[in-house]
Design a protein around this ligand. Structure first.
Ligand code: PMP
Length: 406
């Protein structure tokens, strides 16, 4: 039995004390963004109160403190993902930025006849940059199909791979369904044909501690705001050899070695990919957020969330007309569902009146909705600070909304 004192944890999150429309907040939109503990809020307040300064270029005291803290955060992130080198951690504005950085870099390395494999389970941010890259280079996009359980077909994936495959891009966990993809197998198979692999870890990061060396992944991306950190900051992990090969993404300050009008040379890693003043406070708070979550422990978090998932799934299935979409046995604490005869948007609106925050719509994954022939779903996504009592309130609200709407 794991020890998990959820009531103590909840005290760390000021927002969880709020009321919405006269009801206690039940926050089940964690897959969209996570809430922020006081420990991370304190780091943000402390930064602006005590050592706000630009980094890497000032000789003055505050600049040095800010630089040290920012670089310490990079080391915290490296250690969390077990990267071999700290310069393999590029701080970005988030997953979307990280993916676009890699896609842009590959435009100099692809040509007509090359292929990029994506999956049917992707978020739009792991589809559109690759379509744009294909348009630019003449490369072709291939799609790993999904099954009715919401899983990828590994057999079909293996058939798509060939010596034309230059890149494979798949998410670690689907944001719309919660499916955990077998990325270790996917990466190994891609490497057999010499393709590079980018894993979008945005949805995995709050639940699973990925080890980039054990995975042997070439690129791994995520956003701080999904792991109790602030918005507008995230990371790109890239193997040193790949990051060395890729050209810079944006030009500007910080990313150069020497600049003259005849020729500019670029800075080494990681600065080559970090043009301009970054989100300094956000980067430092990102490190603090990982420290906070590691203080609780990812194994404990995963075990507790799995209990919440099973409890909520069983309760939901007792309601007449409920259909859960995405029923893989390998999934994180996400339930995407519909109720016969009820539009997901109407359901979401009534739930909000009752204080329950869920997501409705296509979840930036329209191809998945097309596959199931639904306009969208209602998505409840749980975090380690949620409780069984909140699930009871949620189930009550679903029943009430269903009565009003059908
Ligand atoms: N990929 C997945 C799987 C996601 O869930 C998200 C966020 N919803 C993103 C990418 C994009 O992340 P961000 O908006 O933080 O750049």
């Amino acid at each position: 039995e794991i020890s998990f004192d959820v009531e103590k944890i909840r005290k760390d999150f000021p927002i969880l004390q709020r009321e919405i429309n006269g009801n206690p907040l039940v926050y089940f939109d964690n897959a969209a963004t996570s809430q922020t503990p006081q420990q991370v809020i304190d780091v943000i307040v402390n930064y602006y109160s005590n050592y706000n300064a630009n980094i890497h270029r000032g000789v003055h005291y505050l600049s040095q403190v800010a630089t040290d803290k920012y670089e310490q955060a990079r080391e915290t992130i490296r250690a969390h993902f077990n990267a071999a080198h700290v310069h393999e951690i590029i701080l970005t504005s988030g997953t979307t930025h990280s993916i676009n950085l890699v896609a842009s870099g590959f435009s100099t390395m692809l040509e007509k006849g090359d292929e990029i494999i994506v999956s049917a389970l992707e978020h739009h941010s792991n589809i559109v940059p690759w379509q744009m890259l294909c348009e630019k280079t003449g490369a072709e996009l291939k799609v790993i199909p999904m099954t009715s359980l919401g899983e990828l077909s590994f057999e079909e994936y293996a058939k798509l791979l060939s010596d034309r495959t230059k890149l494979v891009v798949v998410n670690h966990v689907s944001n719309a369904l919660g499916t955990i993809n077998p990325i270790e197998k996917i990466i190994k198979k891609a490497h057999e044909v010499g393709a590079a692999v980018l894993i979008d870890g945005a949805q995995a990061a709050p639940h699973i501690k990925a080890d980039v060396q054990a995975l042997d992944v070439d690129f791994y991306t995520m956003s701080a705001h999904k792991v109790c950190g602030p918005t507008g900051v995230g990371m790109l992990y890239g193997k040193e050899e790949w990051l060395t090969k890729l050209p810079p993404y944006q030009g500007g300050g910080e990313m150069i070695d020497q600049v003259s009008f005849e020729k500019t040379t670029y800075a080494g890693l990681p600065h080559k990919f970090e043009a301009g003043t970054p989100n300094i406070c956000g980067g430092i708070a990102f490190g603090a957020a990982l420290d906070y979550m590691n203080g609780i422990g990812f194994d404990q978090i995963a075990a507790y969330e799995e209990k919440l998932l099973h409890y909520a799934t069983d309760k939901l299935l007792e309601i007449d007309g409920v259909k859960i979409i995405g029923t893989s046995k390998q999934k994180t604490a996400v339930i995407s569902f519909n109720i016969h005869g009820v539009h997901p948007y109407d359901m979401g609106t009534i739930m909000d009146k009752l204080g329950i925050a869920v997501r409705t719509g296509h979840h930036c994954a329209q191809p998945i909705m097309d596959y199931y022939h639904v306009p969208g779903t209602i998505r409840a996504s749980f975090s380690f600070y949620n409780t069984k009592e909140e699930i009871d309130l949620f189930i009550k609200a679903v029943n009430k909304a269903k009565m009003m709407l059908s």
